[in-house]
Design a protein around this ligand. Structure first.
Ligand code: NAP
Length: 293
């Protein structure tokens, strides 16, 4: 019987992986292994089981994913390999080896037709390749590891990597006017808050498997979110709200993807901070750091 907790974080250099690394000192009881692509390549499923056996974790937090939503339209096989096939392998290994698993998924498993916050059991119908591969990953995870936790989140941003907040900060410094889409509604998620939620789950006295939703509190459009960035950053740039049709993208996006967080609140007593409060914390870091990458 293994006595200690060994936590493996995949996709360690991504937004969530980095946030988890920064918070990992708050849970020193565990041995943490942060594996980037060089250590654990999910694109090589034939090597996965042997590498996992070698690391021998008691909990895997699967942050690695193919996250390039538009590029996935032209790379469906690779997106499926990482977001579905590799998740199936990971889940099988974890289940067989009595290893807990927290797998990250997305609001893009929904089609955007709802106008009420989406509960975990709301009907899924992805409208792009990324969403379809993430949904296939969820299905495989539930099938191979019924004891796993699937955590769906939305619009993730952080001081590292490429994301909407960093792009907006840069554009608002460079340009006098911007157009931002105002007909996609959802909630942003600060990677640090998501990492804190994961740490709360891990340290909760009981492990309650199933699917959960987590994002920051508050519903916004990308346009609203850009106005909050402008206000907090003190930028002068003028911003105009435009429909998505003004900026066609390769992948369709759901027009509504607000996640209902009641289940994670009730089960794990996790309360998500308001999006503006978290945005303020992130922008303080972004604006005080020359290069965050
Ligand atoms: N970002 C969002 O807006 C968003 C929204 C909803 C849900 N999610 C989900 O939340 C989770 C974390 O997202 P994130 O924002 O942290 O994503 P991210 O910043 O794009 O990080 C993903 C990580 O996966 C790694 N990865 C890609 N291919 C890999 C491979 N073959 N083997 C191993 N690692 C590989 C990437 O490594 P490289 O840096 O080497 O490419 C990257 O570090 C994902 O499951 C994502 O689907 C994200």
């Amino acid at each position: 019987m293994r006595l200690s907790t060994k936590i493996l974080v995949t996709g360690a250099k991504g937004q969530l992986g980095t946030a988890l690394r920064r918070l990992s000192h708050t849970y020193q009881k565990a041995d943490w292994v942060f594996a980037d692509r060089a250590v654990l390549d999910l694109g090589k499923p034939d090597q996965l089981a042997a590498k996992l056996t070698n690391i021998c974790p008691t909990l895997i937090i699967n942050c690695a994913a193919y996250t390039a939503v538009d590029k996935a339209e032209s790379e469906p096989v690779l997106a499926d390999l990482l977001n579905h096939q590799a998740v199936a392998m990971l889940s099988k290994w974890a289940s067989k080896n009595h290893c807990k698993l927290i797998h990250l998924s997305t609001d893009y498993v929904f089609d955007g037709q709802s106008r009420i916050p989406l509960k975990e059991d709301a009907e899924t119908r992805p409208i792009n390749v990324y969403g379809a591969t993430k949904l296939a990953g969820e299905v495989a995870c539930r099938h191979h590891h019924p004891g796993a936790i699937i955590l769906r989140t939305s619009w993730v941003y952080s001081p590292t990597g490429s994301n909407f907040v960093k792009t907006m900060v840069r554009l608002m410094q460079e340009k006098q006017s911007l157009e931002v889409v105002n007909d996609q509604l959802g909630s942003p998620t600060y990677a640090t808050d998501l990492a804190a939620a994961i740490l709360a789950i891990i340290q909760h006295p009981s492990w309650e498997p199933g699917t959960y939703h987590f994002s920051n509190e508050g519903m916004v459009s990308w346009y609203d979110f850009s106005l909050a960035i402008k206000e907090i950053g003190g930028f002068d740039c003028s911003i105009k709200g435009v429909p998505s049709s003004a900026y066609p993208t390769l992948a369709k996006r759901p027009s509504y993807s607000l996640l209902d967080k009641t289940k994670i609140e009730n089960t794990y007593h996790i309360k998500a901070p308001n999006y503006k409060e978290s945005l303020r914390r992130c922008m303080e870091i972004v604006q005080n750091t020359e290069s965050n990458d």
